[in-house]
Ligand binder design. Structure first.
Ligand SMILES: Cc1ncc(COP(=O)(O)O)c(C=O)c1O
Length: 464
């Protein structure tokens, strides 16, 4: 038995090392069925470990059926534990988790939808988390209702009524792991192969994929400066769900006009379809106050979706949906099937964060920072591309659209820009029907500071 090796520098316990090596040798046939195994005493001496280590490893192998033990005669490899073509790849040692304190940015990345990651309110969040973790009753650490913690649903309902004109009570709020899960739940609830879904075009491809996966027929409707062109919605196809981003069209940035909102609500009333209103970044509105929700116009037919990914951090994975009363129960059932419920401790921390006023203070602070970044981005574009570039979609959110008179943003151009140290996102990649947005790029400014913005635009100018 000289082929077993013990490595004391590893963090893997000795029992585990012996057990794992013998198990693999039995599975691979290296130790043949019926073969007698060394006695525990002999193996312990050989490996210079205590006999208890070998006894425990043998017990485990015995319990799992890899070996038999015959009283007075010793231990043998069990029948039927050999697995042909079982490969005995040694496991690479796990790398220690090492979270770097700072990350060098070789590429200036104008990815949209990412907030300023270095501005997350770490201290306050950490304090609240510690407080809740220390003082919450032990029941908090158990399983909970699929819909989410009432503490969060209550403060959220209150906030939504006040800030967005969403008409709801806490029972209609379902806490999700991000807006994307809310959209998944709505599509599972309403769509199947025989249904029709209408969306904006262009749109986020991850969301488009959610709808396509249900097998429903997808009708993309073009958007213009006033949002989705409601008159082009194929009402005759009897859509079951219409997905829109009315406060800040994703990605082109238009705000849906009130006339179109009214038309849309009328379609929902007439056809009985549901509207999914994705309000992913309305908090950062730079012109006027936040736009009131479409849900406020027709709470029976609108599913309102929101997220904390843009205001706080995508890493939290907390979002929510406000569903009409008829959909509360079936939405809960789907959420329960997906993951039982979203993490409770984070929900409680967030509830406290909102309740104590930190949330609105954070929005206020971030809005000032994002406004400056946006101004810097627009000024840089104007300085480097005078009369060549028009900026659109800047009323709200964390990205703008830059439309060029004389540039087509092909994959080749995007690749050249990466070589020059800057990453941009062509609007065309969000288009369902291709060809209309080839001269536009989406520039996110949430997670790039003013220095980086200026340098990024210089790099873009050096290529185009
Ligand atoms: C249109 C749109 N809605 C919502 C989200 C937010 O998703 P989540 O809350 O799951 O992070 C995204 C992601 O960037 C998005 O592009």
């Amino acid at each position: 038995m000289y082929w077993l090796s013990i490595d004391r520098s590893q963090k893997v316990p000795l029992i585990r090392q012996v057990y794992e090596q013998m198990r693999l040798r039995i599975l691979s046939g290296e130790l043949r069925q019926g073969e007698k195994l060394p006695s525990t005493r002999e193996l312990a001496q050989n490996l210079r470990v205590s006999r208890n280590v070998i006894l425990e490893a043998y017990d485990q192998l015995l319990a799992e059926g890899y070996m038999n033990s015959l009283r007075g005669s010793g231990s043998y490899v069990a029948q039927g534990a050999y697995l042909k073509q079982f490969e005995m790849e040694p496991l690479a040692p796990a790398k220690p988790v090492n979270i770097a304190k700072s990350e060098a940015k070789d590429i200036i990345d104008f990815r949209n939808g990412i907030p300023a990651l270095d501005m997350f309110p770490r201290k306050k969040w950490g304090q609240l988390f510690q407080n809740i973790c220390t003082n919450a009753p032990s029941s908090v650490f158990g399983y909970h209702a699929a819909q989410g913690r009432m503490e969060l649903r209550q403060v959220l309902a209150h906030y939504l009524i006040r800030s967005r004109g969403v008409r709801c009570d806490p029972n209609q709020v379902i806490i999700t792991t991000g807006a994307i899960q809310g959209i998944c739940i709505a599509s599972q609830l309403l769509l199947s192969e025989n249904e029709v879904v209408v969306t904006e075009d262009p749109m986020a491809s991850s969301i488009r994929n959610i709808f396509i996966k249900t097998g429903a027929a997808h009708y993309p409707v073009p958007v213009d400066e006033q949002g989705i062109q409601v008159s082009r919605i194929p009402v005759d196809k009897k859509p079951r769900l219409i997905y829109i981003t009315p406060a800040h069209q994703y990605p082109l940035g238009a705000t849906l006009t009130v006339q179109r909102r009214v038309e849309l609500v009328q379609i929902a009333r007439d056809t009985g379809c549901y509207i999914v209103e994705d309000n992913y970044d309305n908090e950062f509105r730079f012109e006027g106050t936040a736009v009131s929700s479409l849900q406020g116009l027709e709470p029976e037919r609108v599913i309102y979706i929101g997220t904390f990914s843009k205001i706080l951090s995508p890493a939290l994975r907390i979002g929510y949906m406000v569903v009409p009363p008829l959909l509360i129960k079936p939405s809960r059932v789907i959420k329960d099937l997906l993951d039982h419920h979203s993490p409770s401790l984070n929900q409680l921390v967030l509830a406290r964060f909102i309740e104590e006023g930190h949330f609105e203070r954070h929005i206020f602070k971030m809005k000032k920072i994002y406004r400056k970044r946006q101004e810097c981005l627009i000024e840089s574009l104007n300085a480097h591309f005078p009369q060549r570039c028009t900026v659109k979609g800047y009323s709200t959110g964390l990205h703008i659209v830059a439309e060029f008179d004389d540039v087509v943003f092909t994959d080749l151009v995007a690749a050249d820009l990466v070589k020059a140290g800057v990453r941009i996102y062509p609007a065309e990649m969000y288009a369902v029907n291709k060809g209309c947005h080839r001269n536009k790029i989406i520039l996110g400014y949430g997670n790039v500071n003013e220095e980086e913005i200026k340098e990024g635009i210089i790099r873009i100018a050096s290529v185009i």
